[in-house]
Write a protein that binds this ligand. Structure first.
Ligand code: 4AD
Ligand code: MG
Length: 461
């Protein structure tokens, strides 16, 4: 079908231009015998206004259509008499492509996000979700643009893997064994050597370890792909399937890593301002008041840096009653993270050098032997946006850490090989793409920035 996108028509159309547009009705109303239809095709937030004057062929059927019905309209652009738009469309023909049954679940404005999650197949028709998915696509482009401009090589790390990068045992298992009658060894345990891959395999929790392979020859690489975590967390910040961006740079230490992370976040925000202005305006007005001012402040602020040990002292001195009591050696919980970024620093803040006791095996061990060279970037409202570290590139120290954390040195010998054959200091991080989207749009629940969210108890659609 030859048609113009409504975005192009609204942005560059001139009075007198002949156009054909197609889309879904946002609203229909009649005033003083003129019918007004707002039609949207998702190319931009705004809709085009179509006039249906008295006597127009098929007028009665056209004005009986409701929100959600689809139309193709051919006509001429004319200056608008009304407020809210410079141009509107005077039609010569209107074709109803698909009527919308009144039972449509997104008929009314103002339905709750929670209700809309149950009808995720229809919610992109709403203003909010249309805007979310346009911003998501733009941000995705900005990710590639940032790394490409800096000479990072994109790599596709595998989805199916035998490595549990974070060592948290949160992998979804992938198997073709008969769940009713799996083969068993002499010890009675399931014999995975007879499974599809000849060993236990799962969905990746992180592309990092495989990205390190390529960083050890191409120097600067990044992955951007789906990751999976079988954790039973149902917080508004956790999803079982989410996308992660993971750069990995050779010849880099923790400082370089933090500097890259800060530039990256700032680039993404600047890109949103430049390319998603209309959608950000909507989020600012309707989802989080003051959103744009907040993001602008982030783009110009220098991110804070707090040592973990210092963070514990700050939390202990805060006078707060914590749901999870905190002291040196314990991991920070969301309440602590939010205090540090929202109330203490009042801006994005890196917390660095956490105790090695609860961090994964691959992190570089500091000289104090108690902490590792890692960082979490905490941002207001969202909490942890990025987690990263300098990697342990010293073979002996790595093997020691593998032993300490129960990582099989034989199965993971390939990872140690990267240290055996020309090791170099290197560092990287992972940014949770959905958390970034929550931050940029003001949306509070991770389920509302994913097309079809996967969380415990729900893989519908
Ligand atoms: O801190 P994480 O677990 O770090 C890693 O996976 C490292 N291998 C990254 C690296 O160094 N290459 O996860 C990184 C980020 C978190 O900061 C968070 O933004 C996001 O991924 N994340 C989640 N997002 C949504 N749902 C979940 N369940 C998430 N778990 C982590
Ligand atoms: Mg983390």
């Amino acid at each position: 079908m030859k048609r113009s996108e409504i975005k192009a028509v609204l942005e560059t159309g001139k009075a007198g231009d002949p156009v054909t547009v197609a889309g879904w009705i946002k609203s229909v109303r009649e005033s003083k015998s003129v019918g007004f239809i707002h039609l949207n095709d998702g190319s931009t937030f705004d809709s085009i206004q179509i006039l249906v004057p008295e006597g127009f062929a098929g007028r009665e059927r056209i004005l009986k259509q409701i929100t959600g019905a689809s139309l193709a309209v051919t006509g001429t652009l004319i200056p608008s008499q009304g407020k809210g738009q410079a141009l509107e469309l005077e039609p010569s023909s209107i074709e109803v492509l698909g009527e919308c049954d009144p039972s449509s679940p997104v008929q009314k404005a103002g339905t709750s996000f929670e209700f809309l999650r149950g009808v995720a197949h229809m919610r992109p028709r709403t203003n909010t979700f249309g805007a979310v998915f346009r911003v998501r696509a733009e941000m995705s482009f900005a990710v590639h643009e940032f790394f490409r401009n800096r000479g990072f090589v994109m790599c596709h790390s595998p989805i199916l893997t035998t490595s549990d990068c974070e060592g948290a045992g949160a992998m979804f298992q992938v198997s073709t064994l008969d769940p009713e009658k799996p083969p068993r060894g002499a010890d009675g345990k399931i014999d995975f050597s007879r499974d599809f891959f000849g060993e236990k395999c799962g969905l990746t929790v992180s592309g990092q370890l495989e990205a390190e392979i390529l960083a050890m020859s191409l120097s600067k690489v990044y992955t951007f792909g789906p990751t999976f975590r079988a954790e039973l967390s149902t917080t508004p910040r956790h999803a079982s399937e989410f996308w992660m961006i993971e750069p990995e740079a050779a010849f880099a230490d923790l400082k370089d890593d933090m500097s890259l992370a800060e530039d990256f976040v700032k680039h993404l925000i600047a890109h949103a301002f430049k390319n998603c202005a209309r959608d950000l305006q909507f989020f600012d007005e309707r989802v989080e008041k003051g959103l744009r001012a907040k993001l602008e402040a982030v783009a110009s602020a220098e991110f804070g840096v707090i040592d973990y040990t210092e963070a514990i002292a700050i939390l202990e001195k805060s006078g707060r009653k914590w749901d999870h009591p905190i002291s040196w050696g314990k991991d920070l919980q969301t309440e602590h993270e939010r205090y540090l970024t929202e109330e203490y620093a009042k801006k994005p803040v890196f917390v660095i050098n956490y105790p090695r006791s609860f961090k994964p095996f691959y992190m570089y061990c500091n000289d104090d032997r108690k902490t590792v060279a890692c960082m979490d970037l905490l941002v207001p409202r969202v909490g942890e946006l990025i987690g990263g570290s300098q990697r342990e590139h010293r073979l002996d120290k790595l093997l020691e850490r593998m032993k300490e954390t129960g990582i099989d040195p034989v199965a993971n010998s390939w990872y140690a090989d990267l240290r055996r054959y020309g090791t170099v200091p290197h560092a990287g991080f992972g940014l949770g793409f959905e958390r970034l989207l929550m931050y940029v749009t003001g949306i509070e629940n991770i389920r509302d920035v994913q097309l079809c969210p996967r969380v415990p108890g729900n893989a519908k659609f």
